[in-house]
Design a protein around this ligand. Structure first.
Ligand SMILES: *[C@@H]1O[C@H](CO)[C@@H](O)[C@H](O)[C@H]1NC(C)=O
Ligand SMILES: *[C@@H]1O[C@H](CO)[C@@H](O)[C@H](O)[C@H]1NC(C)=O
Ligand SMILES: *[C@@H]1O[C@H](CO)[C@@H](O)[C@H](O)[C@H]1NC(C)=O
Ligand SMILES: *[C@@H]1O[C@H](CO)[C@@H](O)[C@H](O)[C@H]1NC(C)=O
Ligand SMILES: *[C@@H]1O[C@H](CO)[C@@H](O)[C@H](O)[C@H]1NC(C)=O
Ligand SMILES: *[C@@H]1O[C@H](CO)[C@@H](O)[C@H](O)[C@H]1NC(C)=O
Ligand SMILES: *[C@@H]1O[C@H](CO)[C@@H](O)[C@H](O)[C@H]1NC(C)=O
Ligand SMILES: *[C@@H]1O[C@H](CO)[C@@H](O)[C@H](O)[C@H]1NC(C)=O
Ligand SMILES: *[C@@H]1O[C@H](CO)[C@@H](O)[C@H](O)[C@H]1NC(C)=O
Length: 457
């Protein structure tokens, strides 16, 4: 993931404003939710051309990175789970298999220059979801969804790094990528989340041990506070220089992992942690229970990554209620209010149903209680609206399947575990790659300063 401000999609194009059409949404009506989700998913997939001649399967066009596509296909696995609409199943399965790369571990050679542990995890978690929801299995001769998730996890377990900060995963996988000297919550959160879910699916306690290790490390290094607030990450030189920015997706990724560990272990400590994480999400909601990206939305400076984050908090809030039912009545009002607001933001663009970034009422518009489209658009805006809307079907669907409760996904304990792969040999590093890394350095610094400004305010 790149904290680039340059790629912000918050462009204002007044010419796109047409008479508004809006998306009808009645939260108490299953058919209405499905119909709204279908409209928003269609709008999201207008950006995808990977299945067209001459394009690469599973990739989104600039300015979207590889991981955004992993997130999009993850949301489409959920889309089928929630709505039963199989329109995107083939395109999704094809992409999830193609981008798994030659070793089926979500380390495709083409992505060496940008792939971090978090990026890989987003694809791995999409595969994990496919196993859990009983998404149609891959054709014969291809690994199962479970094996793809295991491969992701196993490659990451080998990267657990005790050379600094007493453990943890680095943000980046490759030494030559900027961000190698940073250990962040989303990378460790992806590992924790996958570990907990693999433990539940397979019943193998090795995954629990790893998840607990990742959790303990997060607390020890100060990336998770005693009140369960989760900070962005820390440098790896002395591991005390913590960037205290809070993002929705970090809260979500740990929430589902903790809820899953409560389900598996039945231990009070995991209930307490799950509740604590849920409580800590209050920073991301308005008084009206509408979700917002507190670190960048109010300033209107969310970048292309950050525009997608709310999708994952919504996704994992909903999923958490299936494994930790005590969350259900707490979480649902927030999913409902956010979905209604999100749907109201979808009145933009040439199609009249393009969704915006902000879901809270616009105080300068004629009706301060109505949400209006904020003149922004993109994959992130569609993805967030899709996940928060479809999440309202969570009470209508079954919980995650496991190996013993009807799950049929093929696994492979040893997938991705060879560990001997020399990262630098994966792809010859060219001069252009190095130049790319320099640009990323500059962008990271810009993102850093942006974060500092938010903290100071
Ligand atoms: C690509 O996938 C989309 C669904 O997102 C579908 O509508 C379109 O027909 C597909 N195109 C090709 C060439 O298969
Ligand atoms: C997608 O559909 C094509 C044509 O029916 C089929 O050959 C292929 O196996 C499907 N792909 C996946 C991953 O299911
Ligand atoms: C890698 O890039 C090449 C050249 O653009 C393309 O042909 C190939 O399909 C890509 N592979 C993946 C997994 O994206
Ligand atoms: C750790 O690094 C930060 C930032 O570089 C610095 O302010 C702090 O003094 C360092 N702490 C120690 C104990 O070296
Ligand atoms: C979460 O908030 C509820 C309601 O305010 C409170 O009763 C509970 O003790 C909190 N739990 C934790 C672990 O912070
Ligand atoms: C608020 O509404 C005004 C007028 O409709 C519009 O120009 C502006 O872009 C909106 N701002 C936000 C943040 O939605
Ligand atoms: C654990 O999760 C499963 C799957 O959703 C659910 O059926 C079960 O009731 C949960 N266990 C507890 C103790 O809530
Ligand atoms: C469940 O896991 C066991 C052990 O890995 C395996 O032998 C069995 O085939 C799995 N069952 C299903 C339905 O996948
Ligand atoms: C559990 O998973 C670990 C790590 O993948 C593997 O080494 C071990 O064989 C598995 N144990 C069982 C009982 O399946």
């Amino acid at each position: 993931m790149r904290p680039t401000q340059l790629l912000s999609l918050g462009l204002s194009v007044a010419s796109l404003v047409l008479p508004s059409q809006a998306i009808e949404l009645d939260i108490s009506d299953e058919a209405s939710i499905k119909s709204a989700a279908s409209t928003v998913a269609y709008g999201m997939m207008k950006y995808y051309h990977g299945n067209e001649t001459g394009q690469t399967i599973g990739l989104l066009p600039w300015p979207y990175y590889w991981w955004h596509a992993g997130a999009v296909f993850g949301s489409l696995v959920d889309y089928w789970y929630y709505t039963g609409d199989s329109t995107y199943n083939n395109v999704t399965a094809t992409a999830l298999l193609f981008q798994a790369g030659p070793d089926y571990d979500y380390m495709p050679e083409n992505q060496t220059k940008t792939e971090g542990n978090d990026d890989q995890a987003f694809w791995g978690m999409a595969a994990m979801s496919a196993a859990e929801v009983g998404f149609p299995n891959p054709p014969k001769g291809k690994p199962g969804w479970l094996a793809l998730a295991q491969a992701t996890f196993n490659t990451q377990a080998l990267r657990w790094d005790t050379k600094s900060c007493d453990g943890g995963l680095r943000w980046q996988i490759f030494t030559f990528n900027n961000g190698y000297n940073y250990k962040n919550s989303i990378s460790n959160g992806g590992f924790f989340n996958l570990g907990a879910r693999l433990a539940m699916y397979t019943g193998n306690t090795t995954y629990v041990d790893w998840a607990v290790k990742a959790w303990d490390w997060m607390q020890e290094v100060g990336l998770m506070t005693d009140d369960y607030y989760i900070y962005d990450g820390t440098d790896t030189s002395n591991c005390t220089d913590v960037s205290k920015i809070q993002w929705t997706y970090n809260a979500g990724i740990f929430l589902l992992g903790a809820a899953t560990l409560w389900n598996i272990t039945g231990e009070d400590i995991w209930r307490e942690r799950t509740e604590g994480l849920w409580n800590a999400t209050h920073v991301f909601f308005t008084d009206n229970k509408v979700m917002y990206e507190v670190a960048c939305e109010p300033g209107g400076n969310c970048n292309v990554d950050q525009h997608t984050f709310k999708a994952y908090l919504a996704r994992w809030m909903a999923a958490s209620t299936k494994v930790a039912p005590f969350l259900s009545s707490l979480v649902q009002p927030y999913l409902a209010a956010s979905a209604l607001a999100a749907a109201q933001s979808c009145t933009g663009g040439t199609d009249g149903v393009t969704c915006g970034t902000n879901w809270f009422p616009n105080s300068t518009s004629s009706s301060p209680t109505t949400v209006t489209w904020d003149n922004t658009w993109g994959v992130g805006q569609q993805l967030c609206a899709l996940e928060v809307i479809q999440s309202n079907l969570i009470t209508k669907v079954r919980g995650p399947l496991t190996n013993t409760t009807g799950g049929t996904s093929d696994g492979d304990d040893a997938a991705g575990g060879s560990g001997t792969k020399d990262p630098t040999a994966m792809k010859k590093i060219t001069q252009a790659d190095r130049a790319g890394a320099v640009i990323v350095t500059i962008i990271v610094l810009a993102g850093w300063l942006g974060g500092l400004i938010w903290l100071i305010i």
